[in-house]
Ligand binder design. Sequence first.
Ligand SMILES: *Cc1c(COP(=O)(O)O)cnc(C)c1O
Length: 367
Amino acid sequence: MILMNDFKSEPPELRNGMLSAVQRVLESGWYVLGNEVENFEAAWAQTCGVSHAIGLANGMDAIEIALRSLDIGPGDEVITTSMSAFATVLAIYRSGATPVLADIESETALLSLSSVRRCVTRKTKAIVLVHLYGQIRGISEFVAFCEEQGIYLVEDCAQAHLAKVGGRIAGSFGIAGAYSFYPTKNLGAPGDAGMLVTSDVGIADRARRLRNYGQSIRYFHPVIGLNSRLDEIHAAILSERLTLLNEFTRRRQTIGEAFHARINNKLVRLLSAPESIDSHVYHLFVVTCAHRESLRAHLENKGVQTLIHYPLPLHHQEACLSIQRDSDGLSVSLQHAETCLSIPCHPQMTDSDVDLVIDAVNSFWVG
Ligand SMILES: *Cc1c(COP(=O)(O)O)cnc(C)c1O
């Protein structure tokens, strides 16, 4: 079976590196907010080309803390896409702000700027722009739009490690970027972890307080914070895994290009190919198909695992049925949710795995 993720077939050198990273932490006797976190924060800030990186417990907290560090909360509105992980909208709720959902473009499944325009009100304070599936697109239009409107751009980079446009990396375009290092992300820890990146020193300072109970100096709490610290063990393992991120990302991109070049089944639609290869890191390779369930069954039969990202748009989630939204509706998000299918695209796939997936997709037909 070709799996959606296959950690067990990662290189043995990587596993050994991770084991020695864990050993290093255990021998140090220091487990929370120490050198490992500082080193990984510095490495990730440098990778992203920003001045500050703040290690956090997970990616959802990174979005919440970014918003709260911008003083966004009750009474404020934050616009995001209806096609994302639930964590995106949950983080906005947790900040106390009111989420407002905009629709997507069907060719990319990314946030539609014209839909966003319809969602803006006097209360709008920020857009959370999700680089869904690993793609950055239309970023200069969003940056310009936010400037013109006087609102903040916060990037949800949970799926977009190393995605690059014009030499700049995800998280460096907006006022802040939120990363997740959940195990299945392009850079993943063996557990939950996240990071906020920014070049604004004020945001960085407030985020550091918020992650640690709102503490300024030890045992003094000027604000109500949360406990959202990155652990030393996870930071040490992430530093180790970071050494292979370039290589793993290139492999994902090679596979993505092969899919674009060679999947040619009329019943299966691909999202549009990226404008430049660097701008898409293929966290997921997503196709759409009117006969999704048959396609899934066919692929399963051929030994290809699939998943759906995501089967329900956020406005159809039971917890969000009355959520504020584009007055023209969110029909493209719904259409995408009903037809999208993610096929395996990860760095451990061999060339013959890639051939097998392509042949399996191309041999699908409806009798
Ligand atoms: C994974 C993910 C998150 C949340 O990250 P966690 O670390 O799981 O909290 C947020 N947004 C998107 C787009 C994601 O894929």
